[in-house]
Ligand binder design. Structure first.
Ligand SMILES: [Zn+2]
Ligand SMILES: [Zn+2]
Length: 152
């Protein structure tokens, strides 16, 4: 159904500039409040806070990792190794675990056929409320403590 497809794809583009996320100019960056905005728009913010709910962004924008799970959903090239600079080893470990979970979720979200991408998500075995829930989880910012708590 077209209406549901539209609801689905709203997760795949930046809610500020309406461009679809990609691996170059519109890298998806998820914030602690679970909003995801492209990096270009984040860099244009006058103050470091979510443009939707004014949640303060405590981490430097250049340090916030790209939401690779979302990038995978739009079919962009995802580099195998991303450098994440976290304050200590424990944090990094938490992040890796959470990131793995998010990537597993994305695999569940992807349609079995795979080749038609987003358009064929309607054929996914998952119900739409379930897809929505999973996308919400994928949108959690895993680096900031608050985001991780949300994801569990
Ligand atoms: Zn944007
Ligand atoms: Zn927000």
């Amino acid at each position: 159904m077209p209406v549901q497809a539209a609801q689905w794809t709203e997760f795949l583009s930046c809610p500020v500039c309406y461009n679809e996320f990609d691996e170059n100019v519109h890298k998806p960056i998820s914030l602690g409040c679970s909003h995801t905005v492209c990096k270009t728009c984040l860099n244009k913010l006058h103050r470091k806070a979510c443009p939707f709910d004014q949640t303060a962004i405590n981490t430097d924008i250049d340090v916030l990792p790209i939401n690779f799970a979302l990038l995978q959903l739009v079919g962009a090239q995802v580099p195998d190794h991303q450098s994440i600079k976290l304050s200590n080893l424990g944090e990094t470990k938490h992040y890796e675990v959470a990131k793995k979970c998010a990537e597993d979720l994305v695999l569940d979200l992807k349609p079995q056929s795979g080749d038609k991408g987003v358009a064929s998500l309607n054929q996914s075995a998952l119900s739409h409320p379930m897809q929505r829930k999973l996308v919400t989880l994928v949108n959690c910012q895993l680096v900031e403590e608050e985001g991780r708590v949300r994801a569990t």
